[in-house]
Every structure is written in structure tokens, then in C-alpha cells.
Design a protein around this ligand. Structure first.
Ligand SMILES: CC(C)(COP(=O)(O)OP(=O)(O)OC[C@H]1O[C@@H](n2cnc3c(N)ncnc32)[C@H](O)[C@@H]1OP(=O)(O)O)[C@@H](O)C(=O)NCCC(=O)NCCS
Length: 171
């Protein structure tokens, strides 16, 4: 599946993306906003292992974000199990060099449309660390609603943080 609009393309990863992925992902500015399972430092072997899991189908719903022919980020829509099977969790990052160009906003727009129209989801959500105002903004710009603040839900880098829980439902 390829999702495309203007300068932004969301497409599946190939192993040829490993070097570029490691290059953009290897920074605390990204890792500090994601779960600890996101490697830091992020090596080419980490990138290869992640891409291989996508190719095998072990990880589903992940797209490389391509902007003007460059790999600039990653976005994933992860289906939830059991009775939550019509709900998915959204995760994303954009390379620091490309921040504030509207890339995450457009990528979230494309993947949300795909989730509702092609996957027939009823609900998509994302959990944001309390200090991550840019991420809150891109969700709000796409019509995601702050449904609750999960107080002290996160323990990241020896800090206890609130999680801002955003969701959008398919009306
Ligand atoms: C969050 C992230 C994906 C945003 O990507 P991006 O491509 O720069 O996003 P966009 O350019 O589409 O939009 C950024 C918006 O946040 C705003 N913003 C940026 N920094 C901000 C800050 N410190 N406070 C408030 N708003 C901020 C920008 O002004 C812009 O809003 P606008 O369009 O109304 O001006 C990117 O910063 C990132 O990858 N961060 C690290 C990983 C991460 O946080 N992932 C999400 C985990 S929930």
C-alpha cells in the first residue's frame, strides 16, 4: 500500500532504507519522545532488524515517510488485539532536520484516512508524553481529541510523566 499527496509519500520499507533510517533515528531528540523499545543509540543493525520484521509481517502497518525523494520519517498504525480489533495506535517520528514543514501533519492525515476508509477502523489513538507539544499539535490539527490525561503513566529516563491520550473516531 502506498499513500501519497503532494510532496509526501508513505510507502513500505525496504532493506535499502536501513542506512537512511539509522541516520535519522539515531538521536535523543526522537528517542526521548518514544517508548524505551525504540533503540538509542539506533544502529544500522537496529534498522535492518526493524525493516526485516516489517517485511516478514511480524510488525504490520508501518510506513516510511518520503519527502522529495528522501526518507524523512516513519509512521505506523498498529491494530489492537481482541475486542479492540477496530482500534489502532498511531506512532510516528520525523527527522529533526525536517521538523516544522508540515510533514507529520500530512502523514497523520493520510494514515488516518487509510485507517478509517481502508482498514474500517472505528478509532485511532496516540499517547503523548507531557512535554511533547509539537506532537499534541499535529494530532489536534488532524481532529484528534484530548480524551484524558493519564497522570503519572510514564516512567522515561528516570522521570515520571503524564501521558496525554488523544483519539479520533470514525464518525
Ligand atoms: C512530533 C513530530 C513528529 C512533529 O513533526 P513535524 O513534521 O515537525 O510536524 P509538523 O511540521 O507537521 O507540525 C508541527 C507543529 O507543532 C508546532 N510546534 C513545534 N514545536 C512546538 C512547541 N515546542 N510547542 C508548541 N508547538 C510546537 C509547530 O508550530 C507546528 O504547528 P503549526 O503547523 O500550527 O505551526 C516531530 O517533532 C518528532 O518526530 N518528534 C520526535 C518524535 C515524536 O515526538 N514522535 C511522536 C511521539 S507521540
Amino acid at each position: 500500500m502506498i499513500l501519497q499527496e503532494n510532496d509526501i509519500t508513505l510507502r513500505p520499507y525496504t532493506l535499502a532504507d536501513a542506512t537512511a533510517l539509522a541516520k535519522i533515528a539515531n538521536t535523543a531528540k526522537i528517542a526521548d519522545n518514544l517508548r524505551d523499545l525504540f533503540p538509542h543509540p539506533y544502529t544500522i543493525d537496529d534498522a535492518k532488524a526493524f525493516i526485516q520484521k516489517n517485511i516478514n509481517g511480524e510488525i504490520k502497518g508501518v510506513f516510511a515517510i518520503i519527502y522529495k525523494d528522501q526518507l524523512v520519517g516513519s509512521i505506523g498504525i498498529h491494530l489492537q488485539p481482541d475486542v479492540y480489533r477496530k482500534t489502532a495506535e498511531l506512532g510516528y517520528f520525523v527527522a529533526e532536520k525536517y521538523w516544522n514543514k508540515g510533514i507529520a501533519s500530512k502523514s497523520i492525515e493520510l494514515i488516518t484516512k487509510y485507517g478509517f476508509e481502508s482498514l474500517h477502523l472505528t478509532r485511532i489513538f496516540a499517547g503523548v508524553f507531557q512535554y511533547n507539544k509539537a506532537s499534541m499539535r499535529v494530532l489536534e490539527k488532524n481532529g484528534y481529541i484530548l480524551e484524558c490525561i493519564k497522570r503519572k503513566a510514564i516512567y522515561k529516563k528516570k522521570q515520571i510523566l503524564d501521558e496525554y491520550y488523544y483519539a479520533k473516531v470514525n464518525e
